[in-house]
Design a protein around this ligand. Structure first.
Ligand code: SD4
Length: 331
C-alpha cells in the first residue's frame, strides 16, 4: 500500500507529465497508473504481445526462484524463439524477400552492459548469442556471417528449419512481390521484454525475425540498443515493437528512458515517443509502433500508435494481458 506521501509524489509526477503536454486528451496520464513503488513488493515483468504470456511465465519462474534478472529476460524470450509456430520471432519467422529467415536480438542489463546480433541465420536462440557477445567479447554487436561464425566457435549449434507453410506464404508473396506491412497482424510481433527483480535491478531483451519479406540484409530496431531496447539502471527500461525504421529514427526506447529519468510517468514517456514518431511521419497508414516502459521506482506502462497493442504483465498481484492506451483506432 502507498502511504500519503507516496501518493502525492506519484500524483505530482502524473501532472508533471501532463504539463509537459504529451497529448491533447490526457486520458492516459490522468488514469491512476499501475504502480509498484515498494521494492519489497516483488518483481515485475512486461513483454510485448500475446506471446509474451508464455515468455513472462518463464521469466517469472526464474525471478521467483531468486534468479538473476538477466537470466529471466534471456530465458523468457527464448521460449518464444523456440516456438516454431511463431511467425515473427525465431526460426519459425517469416523470411525476407529472398526466402531467408534472418534474426535480430539484443539484451541489456542495469549497468548498461549490452550485447546484440543482427542478420543472423540458422540459430535458434539469437538472444543467447547476444548475451554471449556481451559477456565474452569487448563488443556490443556482431552481424551476419561474422556473427554466425563467432556463434559456431562459441558453442552454439546451428539448426536448419524448413516450414512448408512459411515457404508457401513466401511463394504466394513472390507473385506480387509487394512490401506492404499491415499493423497488428503477424508482421509486427517482435518480443521485447523488460523486467525488474525484487532488488530493483532492471534488464531487457528483444528478439525478432523482423519485418516479413524485408530486403535481404535489412536490420530493424530490435537489435539496436537505444531503439528496440534501452535499459539504464538509474532511470528505467523500455522496449519497442512495430515498424523498426520509425523507432530507429527517433531512438525510441532511449527517448522513453530519458523522459522517465526526468520524472515522467512511463505511460506519458511512451506517449511522447509515439508523438515524435507521428510528427516525423504524418502518414502513419499501416504503421504500428508500441512502447513498454518500467521506471526505476517500479511504475510501468506503455503506449502505441494504434489500438490492439497488448502486453503481458506479471507482478506479485497480477498475471494479465493488458492493452495499452493508443493514439488512434485501427479501422
Ligand atoms: C522490426 N520491430 O524488425 C521489428 C518488427 C516487429 O514488432 O515485428 N516489431 O522492425
Amino acid at each position: 500500500m502507498h502511504d500519503r506521501r507516496q501518493f502525492i509524489k506519484l500524483a505530482s509526477i502524473g501532472s508533471a507529465a501532463l504539463a509537459i503536454g504529451c497529448g491533447a486528451d490526457g486520458s492516459v496520464d490522468q488514469k491512476p497508473a499501475p504502480t509498484r513503488t515498494e521494492k519489497s513488493e516483488g518483481p515485475l515483468v512486461l513483454s510485448t504481445w500475446r506471446h509474451g504470456v508464455a515468455a513472462n511465465a518463464k521469466a517469472w519462474e526464474v525471478l521467483r526462484a531468486g534468479g538473476n534478472v538477466l537470466d529471466a529476460v534471456e530465458q523468457g524470450v527464448a521460449v518464444v524463439e523456440s516456438d516454431l509456430t511463431n511467425r515473427s520471432v525465431g526460426l519459425g519467422g517469416m523470411p525476407d524477400r529472398d526466402g531467408h529467415v534472418t534474426l535480430d536480438a539484443c539484451i541489456q542489463d542495469h549497468e548498461g552492459r549490452a550485447g546484440a546480433v543482427a542478420f543472423v541465420q540458422r540459430f535458434e536462440h539469437p538472444i543467447s548469442i547476444a548475451r554471449a557477445v556481451m559477456e565474452r567479447t569487448p563488443h556490443v554487436m556482431l552481424v551476419g556471417a561474422g556473427a554466425e561464425r563467432w556463434a559456431l566457435e562459441n558453442g552454439f549449434a546451428p539448426r536448419d528449419v524448413e516450414i512448408p507453410e512459411v515457404r508457401a506464404k513466401w511463394q504466394e508473396w513472390l507473385k506480387q512481390g509487394q512490401y506492404k506491412p499491415v499493423v497488428n497482424i503477424e508482421n509486427h510481433d517482435t518480443i521485447g521484454m523488460i523486467a525488474m527483480d525484487a532488488q530493483g535491478r532492471l534488464a531487457g531483451s528483444c528478439t525478432t525475425s523482423g519485418m516479413a519479406f524485408k530486403v535481404h540484409g535489412r536490420v530493424g530496431d530490435s537489435p539496436i540498443i537505444g531503439a528496440g531496447l534501452f535499459v539504464d539502471g538509474e532511470a528505467g527500461a523500455a522496449c519497442a515493437t512495430g515498424v523498426g525504421e520509425l523507432v530507429i529514427r527517433t531512438a525510441g526506447s532511449h527517448t522513453v528512458v530519458e523522459l522517465m529519468r526526468q520524472g515522467m510517468h512511463p505511460n506519458a514517456a511512451c506517449k511522447e515517443a509515439v508523438r515524435r514518431i507521428i510528427k516525423q511521419n504524418p502518414d502513419m497508414t499501416d504503421k504500428q509502433v508500441g512502447f513498454l516502459a518500467i521506471r526505476k521506482d517500479g511504475v510501468y506502462g506503455g503506449f502505441s500508435v494504434y489500438n490492439g497493442f497488448e502486453y503481458a504483465l506479471n507482478t506479485p498481484d497480477r498475471t494479465e494481458l493488458v492493452e495499452t492506451a493508443f493514439d488512434r483506432k485501427w479501422a
